[in-house]
Design a protein around this ligand. Structure first.
Ligand code: CA
Length: 659
């Protein structure tokens, strides 16, 4: 359902009345944005209200600046990054607040050391450049997300009633401080990604939802008293789970929580399709007559890491094939999220991008950066967080995992994609051309003919998919064949870009779908115990050939036991070899073997093992005789006693043994 003209007029009138007060909602009066681009394609988003919220979470900036980071406008001028954001159409800044992100000696936990002082400093700068502030209370001393919602140190041991009182008082105090500093608070978020937990309370416990809702209500009450004109937002993650979202909406309603905006995270590599997002948000909006928005989204402009700390998405990991990891791909994703919230759901008010200003603190070395992360809190976590968060930060503290998803390059120069926020109102047409070229994975019989393709798949600037001509470098196929079986890389050019063909020369393989590129076609997996994950995964970095492999994982000890097998049909009598490869970790004691079953009986096995990530082991049965008419099944048996046992299986081969 679309927002009606009448509703929009009403909203504008309300906004006009509120424009002068200290706390007010909406994107506010849109300042004259004068953004132009010769190279960025932006499809216009229809029906986009002038006050649509174009938000940016930029919570880490002060810590980054302390670490020496500088930001530059498109002409190379060093500028206040909040001014650059404002100039490009951002009208709202989001900032997270942790109660006390410091250890007993005053060392910051990292992630920007985002306390109330940090929020005030950012809020003042946002206000100076005409942007509103979304205050995002985590009600924790460090990161709160679906994985953890730890109670602040000072509130440990409190009853739910006492916590509610503490949240009320803390929220009130913080908002009063922001107000006093002249910050234009437009919206306040009560809790961050509160999927069934908040401030140490969990919905898994008896009466848990009631307690969580009591805490949210306490925060909301404080907002209404201090900033009566600001919007109250609640925030959840994992919209791909529609049932959970329905239950969040229901619980908020049942416990009478006073809120205005139901906000969702939307990370395209984890959170399902945009159509699904639209459906779940629309349902909340229309069932409960609430505003909805995306509170966090992001996408990579490059697969490369820029700060010596690995990233959450990168080459091969969680690639969303609809969008290449390019500056244009990043802009197209943002444009499509805006379109979804503006046009595909009722009452959509805006989109916030997450930490689009979080970039590398240096390009020299890990050691140099690490010293800054520790000293200024500019990495995701410092070692000082270990006392509060021993299991996550305590083990994995370090730098930034999203520097390749920022709108500034590793040296702080604004990327063209930042202009999407300013250009999306009117659209920006540029000549369409290829933006990214898909790699070619070619698997050929070493004794057969090899043809390199004339066309490759390309993603165009406008995000359409087209096939374009490719010119491969001169390559002597016979010489490659003489080198034997294996994978060979052939480079070429297509649409002015580099193209890559991965040519695998193999012995003729009698198995169907032997490297799982067609999903589980031909294969039957049988879980002999109830464990967590057993499926074909699409992740090039974890595959031997192609991009897919069979993946398994079991959280609890002794849970992983399964077979994966294929029945082979129409095979001629001959002598054959069979092999299959596996890698994995945390498996504990294992029993893993490849097997041949003839007429239902196992006639040959070959044992193997797993060691560590990316160390593949091949179980190989050197030879067995097959007679036409017998049924033949090839497979692998895997049993692990370790907790969190995981692994990957790839490249099953059934070849004739040549004399
Ligand atoms: Ca990184």
């Amino acid at each position: 359902m679309r927002k009606t003209w009448k509703m929009r007029m009403l909203l504008l009138l309300v906004l006009a009345a509120l424009v002068l007060s200290a706390c007010s909602p909406g994107g506010g009066k849109r300042k004259e944005i004068n953004v132009t681009s010769d190279s960025l394609y932006v499809q216009k988003v229809e029906n986009l209200p002038d006050d649509f919220i174009m938000g940016m979470d930029a919570s880490c900036v002060p810590a980054l600046e302390a670490s020496g980071v500088k930001y530059y406008d498109f002409d190379g001028t060093e500028k206040d990054v909040y001014e650059i954001l404002s100039d490009n159409g951002i009208n709202y800044i989001r900032v997270r607040i942790w109660n006390d992100p410091f250890d007993a000696n005053g060392n910051g936990y990292g992630g920007g050391n985002c306390d109330i002082e940090n929020a005030i400093a950012i809020g003042k700068r946002a206000t100076e450049y005409g942007m509103k502030l979304l205050v995002n209370f985590h009600y924790s001393d460090f990161w709160a997300d679906p994985g953890k919602q730890m109670v602040p140190k000072a509130w440990k041991g409190m009853s739910t009633d006492e916590k509610a009182e503490a949240i009320y008082a803390y929220t009130k105090d913080c908002l009063q401080q922001l107000k006093k500093a002249g910050v234009d608070v437009g919206m306040v978020q009560i809790g961050n990604e509160t999927n069934g937990a908040l401030c140490g309370e969990s919905s898994a416990a008896l009466g848990g939802w009631k307690k969580i809702m009591q805490l949210i209500s306490a925060g909301s009450k404080a907002v209404r008293e201090v900033c009566p004109d600001a919007l109250v937002a609640v925030h959840f993650a994992n919209p791909e789970n529609a049932e959970s979202y329905a239950s969040y909406g229901k619980n908020l309603d049942y416990y009478g929580v006073d809120y205005d905006v139901f906000a969702s995270s939307y990370y395209p590599y984890w959170h399902g399709t945009l159509d699904n997002l639209a459906q779940v948000l629309d349902k909340i909006a229309t069932t409960y007559n609430k505003k909805v928005m995306v509170a966090e989204t992001s996408y990579a402009y490059t697969p490369n890491d820029t700060d010596f700390n690995g990233n959450t998405i990168g080459e091969g990991a969680n690639v969303v094939k609809d969008y290449p990891m390019t500056v244009q791909g990043q802009a197209n994703l943002v444009r499509d999220v805006i379109d979804t919230v503006a046009n595909k759901t009722a009452n959509g008010i805006g989109v916030f991008y997450w930490e689009g200003t979080w970039i590398s603190v240096g390009t020299n070395s890990w050691e140099e950066n690490s010293a800054k992360w520790e000293k200024y809190g500019s990495g995701w976590a410092s070692s000082y967080a270990a006392g509060y968060d021993p299991n996550d930060a305590g083990k994995y503290y370090g730098g930034c995992a999203v520097d390749n998803q920022a709108f500034f390059d590793e040296k702080g120069h604004a990327l063209e994609s930042l202009k999407v926020f300013g250009l999306v109102h009117k659209g920006n047409a540029v000549e369409n051309k290829a933006d990214a070229v898909e790699d070619v994975n070619l698997i050929c019989d070493i004794n057969g003919e090899v043809f390199l393709p004339d066309l490759v798949n390309a993603v165009m600037l406008d995000n359409s998919k087209q096939q374009i001509a490719v010119q491969w470098e001169e390559v002597d196929i016979e010489a490659l064949k003489a080198q034997g079986i294996g994978q060979y890389t052939i480079k070429g050019t297509a649409g002015g870009m580099e193209a890559t063909c991965y040519l695998s020369l193999v012995y003729y393989n009698y198995l169907q779908n032997w490297s799982f590129e067609e999903g589980d076609a031909g294969w039957a997996a049988t879980a002999l115990k109830k464990f967590d994950q057993l499926y074909v995964e699409d992740k090039v970095t974890d595959s031997i050939t192609g991009t897919k492999h069979y993946h398994f994982w079991g959280a609890s000890a002794n849970s992983v036991e399964f077979t994966l097998e294929q029945e082979v049909e129409n095979l001629a009598s001959d002598t054959y070899s069979y092999e299959i490869s596996i890698m994995g970790g945390d498996c504990g004691e294992t029993e893993i073997y490849a097997y041949i079953k003839v007429n239902g009986q196992i006639v040959a096995t070959a044992e193997t093992l797993v060691t560590v990530y990316n160390e593949w082991h091949t179980a190989r049965i050197e030879s067995f005789d097959y007679h036409e008419g017998d049924t033949l099944v090839v497979g692998i048996y895997v049993k692990c006693n370790g907790a969190n046992a995981w692994g990957k299986i790839d490249d099953a081969k059934l070849n004739v043994v040549t004399e």
